[in-house]
Design a protein around this ligand. Structure first.
Ligand SMILES: *Cc1c(COP(=O)(O)O)cnc(C)c1O
Length: 368
């Protein structure tokens, strides 16, 4: 490694998926949206399938197409698409489509008519997240139209599904009320003759804490990558991503020296300043200014002053730090380096955002 890299431990992804699979009798869908939460969608998908996942999940149709183009044959569900979007590639790629609205359903039916075959759909019910999914009043209408389309041979209702709002807060009352609403939704579907093969609701936190939410399929995102969705419990998961860089320059400065834009940090003693060639253009949150943790030569330091677009500065005090030394921003923690959780706490965000940001950067990604 010359300058900076993100390394992704595919064994960790395989192992995490196997661990999740051991904890449920449901099938496991590895969610690889946003380029596999920054870990690389195709490589992560392959590793998760090797670990026992049988489904892949993406937000957009474009993300699903990338998986197919890479030769992945597992069933894929894509759920974030707007009514009217051309479905040609999705039809060719045999992508299962999440459907929340009558507009989406009409789009699927039109595409099925054109393709001359039925298309696999997963009807989504909003059980309380108040994001996508048909609400309680729209659900019976969606189900009725879908049942008719199924009878007419335009669609096959493969799944009925929903998504939790607060599964990362075990014991939150909305979890039980969403499960009850899901049950009601299934009853309504059954009344119209819809008996889906796959009922699915659980994300990573529900998978890890609520076996009664597993149904036939669980959608595991963050846990696949070894990060816990629940503060304070690791569940035996192993973080897959490490972010590191080589010190660009290290130099002595006197006491009272302002550091980086705005001089928001001033040295309190003569110090060695180390410049790390990663910035917000690479995924380092600017909100990590003066708080983000870094491990250099076995010691933890904190970012000094503002994170810039391409670099940040670390005050190493009197530590022996030189040009070319390794700075580890985060990793699994084996060598005392900070974790994505530490970064999330420091930057006021969640581990999901930390890894996703770093992965979608200009930094090269390597797989180990
Ligand atoms: C992102 C996403 C998931 C995965 O959530 P995690 O908390 O990362 O496991 C599951 N389902 C839907 C609909 C999602 O958007």
């Amino acid at each position: 490694m010359w300058q900076a890299e993100i390394s992704v431990d595919l064994d960790a992804i395989r192992g995490n998926t196997a661990l999740l699979k051991r904890g449920t009798s449901a099938e496991v869908m590895a969610v690889v949206k946003a380029d596999g939460y920054g870990h690389g969608a195709v490589e992560s998908a392959r590793a998760a399938l090797e670990g026992g996942a049988t489904w892949l999940g993406t937000a957009t149709l474009g993300e699903a197409a990338v998986l197919r183009a890479a030769g992945l044959r597992a069933p894929i569900l894509a759920w974030l698409w707007t009514a009217g979007t051309p479905l040609t590639a999705a039809v060719e790629g045999d992508i299962d489509l999440g459907v929340s609205t009558l507009g989406q359903l009409a789009t699927v039916i039109a595409a099925a008519r054109e393709a001359g075959r039925s298309l696999r759909t997963h009807l989504k019910i909003d059980t309380g997240l108040s994001r996508s999914g048909a609400g309680a009043t729209d659900w019976p209408v969606l189900v009725e139209v879908a049942a008719k389309a199924q009878t007419d041979g335009f669609i096959e209702v493969t799944g009925v599904w929903s998504h939790f709002a607060c599964a990362d807060t075990p014991g939150h009352p909305s979890i039980d009320s969403q499960l009850a609403a899901f049950d009601d939704g299934l009853t309504v579907a059954r009344r119209f003759g819809i008996e889906p093969q796959l009922r699915h609701m659980a994300n990573s936190p529900a998978l890890l804490t609520r076996p009664d939410s597993h149904f036939d399929l669980v959608r595991a995102g963050i846990a696949t990558y070894g990060l816990s969705p629940i503060e304070g419990s690791q569940f035996g998961l192993r973080p897959a991503m490490t972010a590191r860089a080589r010190i660009l320059t290290a130099k002595r400065v006197p006491e009272g020296q302002g550091v980086s834009y705005g001089h928001t940090y001033v040295t309190s003693a003569p110090s060695t300043l180390a410049v790390v060639p990663l910035g917000y253009g690479d995924g380092v949150p600017r909100s990590a200014s003066s708080v983000g943790p870094v491990l250099i030569n076995g010691r933890r330091f904190t970012i000094a002053g503002r994170v810039c677009m391409d670099q940040f500065v670390v005050d190493c005090g009197d530590a022996d730090v030189h040009e070319g030394d390794l700075a580890i921003l985060f990793g699994p923690g084996d060598h005392g380096e900070p974790t994505a959780d530490d970064w999330a706490r420091a930057a006021g965000t969640i581990n999901y955002e930390i890894v996703t940001r770093f992965g979608s950067s200009r930094v090269s990604r390597i797989y180990v």
